[in-house]
Design a protein around this ligand. Structure first.
Ligand code: AMP
Length: 543
């Protein structure tokens, strides 16, 4: 017997309709190149999204066509998200930090019809336009007076396009399984792969992200998404915030600028923010140097890479709770969040430090398991390391225009490519990427734990651990360090001595190399493939 409930599809347009009625006057504040403090409301934003839909209606597009954005986090990008998806097209966010060849590759692979570009990224599109014959037009996200000079054909000004368009539009009735957004992974090898989100997956993910033990969003919060809208939809915050009526503050091109972020936090009374570890390092360095404070900020979500304990401790001193989150582009991205359960909250000292560094408990909706090399499930004992597999309604079932491939080899499960442990409290900890694991004498060493410990040294700015050939142990860890300002006198002995007692004795690297900088990819992650290439001829000193 079936239930007697309405079969209402889960569509992105329902966020617009809801926020328009329930949260119309909640503010969206943005930093943009043409206005350091643009402010308006959800009601204003969605009016303009409908004007944009009217523009699309005159372009002869077909349902499901891809429209790309190459833009910072700001209000125009937010309007494009909704205008594109709710019209039945697919918002394809492009990471401007990709190599130009990769940008051209994904525009062509996605068959983007139009590309919406921040004026700052015009040099990128001028470089790739000649290789993207399928693009019908380039829309510059600015006003007529700020339009940049360009040699490109088919260029439109965003504000001029909207001018005179009606603010009324009847959104089409879509299928909840229709695609609404597309984001390519920035794989370290091979071409980027497209992850195609549906209206349904986006809505379910947004519902889950607001829960207290996840992001804890509500109408009392003011949210600063520092994680880019071109990297897994700013972790879903542009959908979740209008759902609950949280004020949104967009940092535009200032996401890496500690001084500007401090100003935004204090002036806009930000209560919650989200971003990768690197941005927090910039913010904390500014606070240290200026002596400024961030009184309104209560909580940050750190994800995308492991968060060093030193970052958490420094945030503690500012009265800010740090929550580690783990996820992937393929997972929309939320997989787990580290919010303390009552029993974990009672921990103290080293136990607490260890626990808070973990990637956290699965969010309801995401099933997890760890398996050994034969695919056998491993226990949640906090000891066993295994490949982490996940399934759920916001996890990709395949890549856009590609056969499912290796990532879905275990029927019904997505292979994350991460190696993890899960403890009896349900807290998962990432120990490595599968391809980065170091196997010494047949036993795994967690490069992430070693790196975390190393960056706790005050003279270390950044650290990476890679496995290198060893005649006796087959592989041993090599620690590569970028010294911090004022740390020029840091020696290998000092840093290795510092690690003693912080990690297992046999995890302590056999050698330390100092470099001026580490190679980073488009989302700010350390490129270990490249680093292994740099040290391919490295040999450990004879014992
Ligand atoms: P992306 O798809 O670019 O967001 O990258 C996803 C990958 O980032 C994951 O598979 C992990 O390897 C890594 N990652 C994300 N969050 C964390 C975390 N909290 N700790 C360690 N690694 C993380």
């Amino acid at each position: 017997m079936q239930g007697l409930m309405m079969d209402q599809p889960l569509l992105v347009k329902s966020i617009v309709e809801f926020a328009d009625r329930v949260n119309p006057d909640v503010e969206i504040v943005s930093f943009t190149a043409d206005n350091p403090r643009h402010r308006y409301t959800y009601k204003d934003a969605f009016k303009r999204a409908r004007q944009l839909a009217n523009v699309f209606a005159g372009w002869g597009l077909e349902r499901g066509d891809r429209i790309a954005t190459l833009a910072w986090n700001d209000y125009r990008h937010f309007e494009a998200y909704y205008g594109i998806s709710c019209s039945g097209f697919v918002a394809h966010t492009i990471n401007p930090r990709l190599f130009p060849e990769q940008v051209a590759y994904i525009i062509n692979h996605a068959e983007d019809q139009y590309v919406f570009v921040d004026p700052m990224f015009m040099p990128i599109v001028e470089g790739v336009a000649g290789h993207c014959p399928g693009v019908r037009g380039w829309v510059v996200l600015t006003s007529a007076e700020h339009m940049p000079e360009t040699s490109l054909d088919n260029v439109h000004c965003y504000e001029t396009l909207l001018e005179g368009e009606s603010t009324e539009f009847d959104w089409p009735e879509l299928d909840e399984r229709d695609a609404c957004a597309l984001c390519y992974t920035s794989g370290t090898t091979g071409n980027p792969k497209g992850v195609l989100y549906s209206h349904r997956s986006t809505l379910l993910h947004a519902f889950a992200s607001v829960w207290p033990d996840v992001m804890g969003l509500s109408s009392s919060e003011t949210v600063l998404p520092i994680v880019p809208m071109f990297h897994v939809n700013a972790w879903g915050t542009p959908y979740a915030c209008p759902m609950v009526g949280a004020k949104l503050v967009f940092p535009g091109p200032k996401m890496g600028d500690g001084a500007e972020l401090t100003k935004l936090i204090n002036e806009e009374k930000i209560t919650m923010s989200a971003g990768v570890p690197t941005v927090w390092l910039n913010l904390l360095a500014h606070l240290r140097e200026s002596g400024e404070t961030i009184e309104s900020l209560k909580r940050i979500i750190v994800g995308g890479a492991a968060c060093p304990l030193s970052v958490m401790e420094e945030f503690d001193s500012h009265g800010v709770e740090t929550r580690v989150g783990w996820g992937m582009t393929e997972m929309s991205p939320l997989g787990s969040v580290n919010a303390p359960t009552p029993e974990v909250a009672e921990m103290s000292g080293e136990d607490w430090d260890k626990q808070r560094l973990k990637a956290g408990r699965p969010v309801f909706g995401v099933e997890m398991k760890i398996t050994d090399d034969e695919g056998k499930e491993l226990p949640w004992d906090g000891e066993a390391f295994g490949s982490l597999k996940v399934r759920g309604p916001w996890i990709c079932s395949g890549y856009f225009k590609l056969d499912a491939g290796d990532a879905h080899a275990d029927e019904g499960w997505f292979e994350t490519g991460d190696v993890a442990t899960i403890d009896p409290h349900g807290y998962m900890a990432i120990t490595d990427r599968t391809k980065d694991v170091i196997k010494s004498g047949g036993e795994w060493i967690s490069s992430i734990d070693v790196e975390n410990a190393a960056v706790g040294h005050p003279k270390v700015a950044e650290a990476a651990v890679i496995g290198r050939y060893h005649p006796k142990w087959s592989e041993r860890p090599l620690l590569v360090v970028v010294r911090d300002k004022g740390g020029e006198d840091l020696t290998p002995e000092e840093i290795l001595g510092f690690l003693e007692g912080k990690i297992a004795k046999w995890w302590i690297p056999d050698a330390v190399e100092f470099v001026d900088e580490l190679p980073h990819g488009a989302t700010g992650k350390i490129q270990k493939v490249e680093l292994r290439e740099v040290f391919k001829d490295f040999a450990f000193p004879e014992e």
